[in-house]
Write a protein that binds this ligand. Structure first.
Ligand SMILES: NC(=O)C1=CN([C@@H]2O[C@H](COP(=O)(O)OP(=O)(O)OC[C@H]3O[C@@H](n4cnc5c(N)ncnc54)[C@H](OP(=O)(O)O)[C@@H]3O)[C@@H](O)[C@H]2O)C=CC1
Ligand SMILES: O=CCCC(=O)O
Length: 358
């Protein structure tokens, strides 16, 4: 149901597996696993492994049924800044969507537009063919997928789970293990792009995991996004997303320093924003957020707490392969200071406040 104009714009990149094998080195954590992955967590145990044959599932690129000749029923878990517009775009495209959110009231606008509601992730997964999840962080992603009444409890062979949250590879692998143990397929698909691209169906999906599920959910990804990358085994999508957001967090910290320095030496910071936007270091992020930052305004598109989470996870990824990342480490400290100033729920551009004298 994607428009032809949109269909022509959507691009898909499948990274060649052979090349991935040659270029990639395994990511082996050398630090203790984060607390949400330690055994004390109240997870539903992984069921005994059921070997899967991907041939049991459709590998067509534009499938329209869940294997029973009926249209795929789509579940959506997590209706925050990103999840709400993503689910809304699926509804607008005419898909059969069932939603759940921890704070139930956030489901109401979507239900009024035709979505169904179920009171737990388990019931959403049980009633849908494919379930998407857009959760805040690794802890919530694990809890919603693998905890009590979690999605894994409602999964069976033939279904699929697509986690579009930004998490680390270890978390994604844990969720994948729980989902695949039910016989269902798993795809991680974190997104690049913020609130506006989510509203406009212009996200970039960074996917990895079961390729058959990637092919099967492609029509849904194309409703919500403008391009999609298939990167290989579970963990590769998470890694790509963390590297991108590590760069973004450092860029924003550096931009903040520049704005404040320009002001202090008597320049007009608005002119700096304009100069930057015309030159080699121009970026949509600077053009979009710079004018508001100059006015000390930070309307939330990407919450600062999530940017700090991503820097923390990216630093863990770098640590796991002994890659030096001093700029990102310094930026992370700045976001931590901003959080301590109560700016967690502001846009991440509020990191500039951490550099102002208090
Ligand atoms: N905002 C952005 O620009 C982008 C964000 N992302 C990533 O997408 C994910 C979601 O981001 P965003 O929508 O901005 O975040 P929000 O903070 O707006 O939404 C977070 C969602 O997670 C739910 N949640 C949080 N904790 C729990 C929990 N313990 N159990 C169950 N549900 C929980 C929230 O439920 P409730 O409503 O009840 O609080 C809400 O639905 C994050 O991983 C983020 O890093 C990726 C790209 C862009
Ligand atoms: O994870 C958040 C990404 C925000 C963006 O890509 O603009």
């Amino acid at each position: 149901m994607i428009s032809m104009a949109k269909a022509n714009r959507v691009s898909s990149v499948v990274v060649d597996r052979t090349r991935m094998l040659i270029c990639s080195s395994p990511i082996l954590p050398r630090t203790p696993p984060p607390t949400h992955l330690r055994p004390s967590m109240d997870l539903v145990p992984v069921k005994s492994f059921i070997p899967l044959s991907v041939k049991a599932f459709s590998t067509k690129s534009q499938p329209s049924s869940g294997g029973n000749g009926l249209p795929e029923r789509v579940g959506f878990l997590g209706l925050g800044i990103m999840g709400s517009p993503m689910a809304l775009n699926l509804i607008k495209a005419g898909h059969d969507v069932t939603v759940w959110n921890r704070t139930e009231s956030k489901c109401d606008p979507l239900v009024s537009l035709g979505a169904k509601y179920k009171p737990s992730p388990e019931e959403v997964a049980a009633s849908c063919d494919v379930t998407f999840a857009m959760l805040a962080d690794p802890e919530s992603a694990v809890d919603v997928a693998c905890g009590k009444n979690g999605a894994a409890s409602g999964m069976t062979a033939g279904k699929g789970y697509v986690d579009v949250s930004t998490v680390d590879g270890a978390t994604s692998k844990l969720i994948s293990e729980h989902i695949r143990a039910t016989g269902a397929l798993f795809l991680e698909a974190p997104v690049s792009g913020s609130k506006k691209p989510a509203e406009d169906g212009q996200l970039i999906f960074l996917t990895a995991g079961d390729e058959a599920l990637y092919e099967r959910v492609a029509p849904f990804l194309d409703v919500m996004g403008k391009s999609r990358f298939y990167l290989g085994d579970v963990g590769k999508g998470a890694a790509m997303k963390l590297v991108v957001n590590m760069i973004m967090g450092s860029m924003m910290a550096s931009f903040s320093e520049g704005i404040l320095l320009s002001e202090k030496v008597g320049l007009d910071p608005s002119v700096l924003v304009e100069v930057v936007s015309q030159g080699a270091i121009s970026a949509p992020m600077y053009t979009l957020k710079g004018p508001a930052m100059v006015q000390s305004k930070y309307p939330t598109a990407f919450p600062l707490k999530h940017q700090q989470k991503d820097l923390r996870l990216a630093l863990g990824l770098a640590e796991s392969v002994s890659q030096s990342t001093p700029i990102a480490a310094a930026a992370n400290e700045l976001y931590k200071v901003a959080k301590s100033h109560g700016l967690s729920d502001q846009d991440f551009s509020a990191v500039i406040e951490a550099l102002k004298p208090k």
